[in-house]
Design a protein around this ligand. Structure first.
Ligand SMILES: *Cc1c(COP(=O)(O)O)cnc(C)c1O
Length: 357
């Protein structure tokens, strides 16, 4: 990138900060946003932090019709020493570029993009809520903006970063959720866009999620798109099972989103010398383990909830109650350790956090 500058145009009036105890997910936005433009002639250019607000888009913009978009999600936390820090932001920028590659979007300069995210959070630092469990959700994304209805990669793009203060995912401690195994709809297939963080994957998942939520389930567990036998992931989380002392998670084979929380959990379990295996795992295997009493724990992992214990898994109308519907020991230990690092309460021996000075 030729122009490494970030132009800053501050908002003249600042919004009132919300009450941190009533925060929801993704409904309020801060005073500023970051925008970077792309054209074929100039490449990525004109990086700027400007007041948060609507953007102008031609109605024929490629992203609106053919879904040429990618996004990321990470968080900023206030530590006990009143410092603001991010969790593994380099991983999010690297993954954004991998998603972009799949969607034929030009890649970003990793250092510049990370600097832009940090600079934006610094400017809206007072928006990072301090209450335990709350955080500032960071949403970097790229949209194709060329005014053209032809199906081809856009010539123009916008990389935008917006910030949203979010509430504690769990109000009182972590709570196990009920999950329905999805036998009809699929999320992704190998060769498709499952491993890219792109809007279309979510659009395709809405129907199934809506059906099960009416029956009281929090999410669906997706099976592979070909045989509907092998476990993929849960909603917007990766999934882990503890069977007979061994912790198993589906391997990344193209249709699963490579979660950063998933990677952190694997590294943490390895650090604790607990056996963790990435391999293909069928729903039948999990069912059999439940039948013979060796399914000890199940939990999802993702930036929003960090660790989400699964208390019930329902497959073909059969309810499997896992660990008496309680949070398992491993899930609890992972949750405490990861959030401990994120909120600066325990030493970050992995070097995962990045301070905003
Ligand atoms: C973002 C996402 C995850 C979790 O990724 P993290 O980096 O851990 O937040 C898992 N599955 C899907 C489909 C996702 O979009």
């Amino acid at each position: 990138m030729r122009d490494q500058n970030i132009r800053i145009e501050k908002a003249t009036t600042l919004k009132e900060k919300p009450d941190p105890t009533t925060l929801e997910f993704g409904t309020l936005f801060t005073d500023h946003m970051f925008i970077l433009d792309y054209t074929e002639e100039l490449g990525w250019h004109d990086g700027r932090i400007v007041p948060y607000g609507p953007i102008e888009l031609d109605p024929s913009a490629t992203s609106l019709h053919y879904g040429q978009t990618v996004f990321e999600g990470l968080k900023a936390y206030v530590t006990k020493d009143d410092e603001v820090q991010l969790f593994r932001p380099d991983q999010n920028v690297a993954r954004l570029n991998r998603s972009s590659e799949r969607l034929r979007i030009p890649d970003l300069d990793v250092d510049y993009s990370t600097k832009a995210i940090k600079e934006l959070v610094r400017i809206d630092k007072d928006w990072v809520p301090k209450e335990k469990g709350t955080s500032l959700y960071i949403r970097p994304f790229i949209i194709a903006t060329e005014a053209h209805l032809g199906v081809s990669p856009s010539k123009n793009y916008k990389f935008i970063v917006i910030l949203s203060p979010v509430g504690a995912y769990y109000k009182e401690g972590i709570n196990p959720v009920k999950i329905a195994v999805e036998n009809e709809y699929v999320r992704a297939v190998e060769g498709g866009t499952g491993e890219a963080k792109t809007g279309g994957n979510y659009a395709a998942s809405l129907v199934a999620t809506e059906i099960v939520s009416k029956k009281g389930f929090a999410q669906v567990l997706w099976l592979d798109g070909v045989e509907k036998k092998y476990i993929e992931e849960v909603g917007s989380m990766n999934v882990f099972f503890k069977i007979n002392g061994e912790i198993i998670t589906p391997d990344l084979h193209g249709s699963i989103l490579p979660g950063i929380t998933r990677d952190s959990v694997i590294k943490m379990l390895e650090h604790w010398d607990l056996p963790v295996i990435e391999r293909r795992i069928s729903m039948q295997e999990v069912y059999d383990a439940h039948q013979n009493g060796t399914l000890e724990e199940a939990f999802g992992t993702g930036t929003a909830a960090v660790i989400s214990p699964i208390g019930q898994l329902t497959w073909n109308n059969e309810d499997m109650i896992i660990n008496n519907g309680q949070t398992g020991k491993i899930a609890k230990k992972l949750y405490d350790s990861l959030t401990g690092i994120q909120y600066g309460e325990i030493e970050d021996i992995f070097n995962w956090t990045v301070k905003i000075d």
